[in-house]
Design a protein around this ligand. Structure first.
Ligand code: ADP
Length: 484
């Protein structure tokens, strides 16, 4: 899509208000949202505080009885109507997301489809909220019901402004929960546009609110409220820890999808061309700003040079640029400090003896653009501890399966992992032994609406998507019947 047309399509769906119980809300002070490619302000959202957050919570509480008791088939029908409107507006939503996040338009358009796949999947799950019957040893019959947990709070990040929201809202609304959403301040417009479409699709007032403003203030009110029964958070591990702590006094149910430091392991028997292509596919989505992208690549020593050379050659060809330039695959980073983090990780890698094979510098486009970069060697310890969240692939050689498994697991994180080999037995051995919630074998893409997504260790708990995703939003109720 040409730049001017793309901008116009995105701005057309941009609403500069928050939504409380379906009604637009503004405020005197506002938060500016910029286009990461240019740093130019594209619009503002209200800077709402505690009082408006409380209003949104009250609305979710008031709407809960009717929504949770509504016919699940009607909720499924609503979700399908919403999904149809999202499909109808996919170009505009993609353009809006590209504007506020910086990711290439084609990728943003792909995220809209991916985000919508959760709504479609969970529309089906609403129709499958099936209970059980069981004979009890006391001679009774036990019935189980899967009931909505209550009003939910969702705090979402900027890297997937649509998908991280629908992964939560899809199952929540299907189960009969109501919700208050706090989107990331860098990318609030996609969330607001999605909520507007939900109301256009006939969502009853109060079921969904989108509150914009200071994260700590709004997060504090959402987590402290006894009316909110569940928090689902996607973001960094330190903020996740803080929010879990804040949820403890009210014993909320909590799902945490936090940081990762994904290892990608390439054995000498792997198809190296495939491994290179999939490393790139997994790494450079959203310019390397995803919690599942490979953060450290381990290659068996005999092929490490060959793999790294092929990878560097391919990475050097990746087109970098603005969201609406044709063919662009990598955009700017979200903020200046994200660029500094990539530079810090590069400097430490160089200091530890790592060699830069391609990239390594700020991009000629300036601003928040950074060259897609591959390094070979240095110390992997930094990359076990911290995710770079940028377009840097550090490659390290290893000598044995046990050594690489130890290194892969020597991290406080455990979200995604990847292994490339033609040996099925080895793939399964690594797949079962690796400490991660997800493992891709010969692929760099592991997320779909039908796959359980989530981590172990400090990457959090709970699963999104799949047949398990709705369990995060239901309580099991039992009714025991004493019958003749
Ligand atoms: P990132 O580094 O990817 O921005 P964060 O964890 O800082 O990750 O942000 C993820 C989400 O959490 C965003 O919506 C952000 O506004 C929100 N957030 C950040 N700090 C807090 C906080 N103290 N309380 C509640 N939400 C927060």
């Amino acid at each position: 899509m040409p730049d001017a047309k793309g901008r116009a399509a995105g701005l057309d769906l941009m609403r500069q208000h928050a939504l409380i119980a379906g009604e637009p809300v503004t405020s005197e002070t506002r938060i500016a949202v910029d286009d990461p490619a240019t740093g130019q302000i594209i619009g503002h959202v209200p800077d709402l505080g505690a009082a408006d957050t409380e209003r949104a919570i009250q609305a979710a509480h008031d709407a809960f009885p009717a929504w949770s008791r509504s016919d699940p088939h009607k909720r499924a029908a609503f979700l399908r109507d919403w999904a149809r409107l999202i499909d109808d507006n996919a170009e505009g939503l993609g353009a809006l997301m590209a504007l506020e996040n910086g990711k290439p338009f084609e990728e943003a358009r792909g995220e809209v489809a991916y985000a919508n796949s959760f709504i479609k999947w969970f529309a089906g799950e609403a129709e499958r909220l099936i209970g059980e019957t069981q004979d009890s040893p006391l001679g009774h019959v036990i019935l189980t019901f899967r009931e909505a947990v209550g009003p939910c709070a969702f705090i979402t990040p900027w890297n997937f402004p649509a998908a991280m929201l629908t992964r939560k809202l899809g199952p929540a609304l299907a189960a009969g929960c109501t919700a208050v959403v706090k989107p990331a301040s860098q990318t609030p417009f996609t969330a607001i546009a999605l909520a507007e479409l939900a109301y256009q699709a006939g969502l009853p007032k109060g079921v969904l609110s989108v509150v914009t403003g200071d994260a700590a203030t709004i997060g504090g009110v959402l987590t402290a409220s006894p009316l909110i029964r569940k928090l689902s958070f996607t973001g960094s591990t330190p903020v996740g820890r803080l929010l879990a702590e804040q949820c403890a006094p009210t014993l909320k149910r909590v799902s945490m999808e936090l940081g990762g430091a994904a290892p990608l392991i390439v054995f000498a028997d792997a198809d190296l061309d495939l491994a290179v292509a999939e490393t790139i596919r997994g790494k450079f989505r959203n310019s390397g700003q995803t919690c599942v992208c490979p953060n450290r690549v381990y290659v068996e020593r005999s092929v490490a040079d060959a793999y790294a050379r092929k990878l560097a050659e391919a990475v050097a060809q990746i087109p970098v640029g603005g969201a609406f330039e044709p063919g662009v695959k990598v955009g700017p980073l979200i903020e200046d400090k994200a660029v500094r983090k990539v530079q810090d990780h590069l400097a430490l890698t160089r200091a530890a003896g790592g060699e830069v094979l391609t990239g390594g510098e700020p991009h000629a486009l300036g601003g928040r653009f950074f060259q897609p970069t591959v390094t070979l060697g240095g110390d992997d310890a930094l990359f076990r501890r911290e995710e770079t969240f940028g377009p840097l692939i550090p490659v390290f050689a290893f000598d044995s399966e046990d050594e690489v498994l130890d290194k892969a697991n020597d991290s406080e994180f455990g979200l995604a992992s990847y292994v490339f080999t033609r040996d099925l037995d080895r793939a399964m051995h690594i797949g079962r032994r690796i400490e991660a919630g997800m493992c891709g074998v010969n692929t760099g893409i592991i997320s779909t609406a039908v796959a359980p997504f989530g981590g172990v260790k400090q990457s959090g708990y709970g699963r999104e998507g799949s047949i398990h995703g709705i369990d995060e939003y239901v309580d099991i109720k039992q009714v025991t019947l004493a019958l003749r």
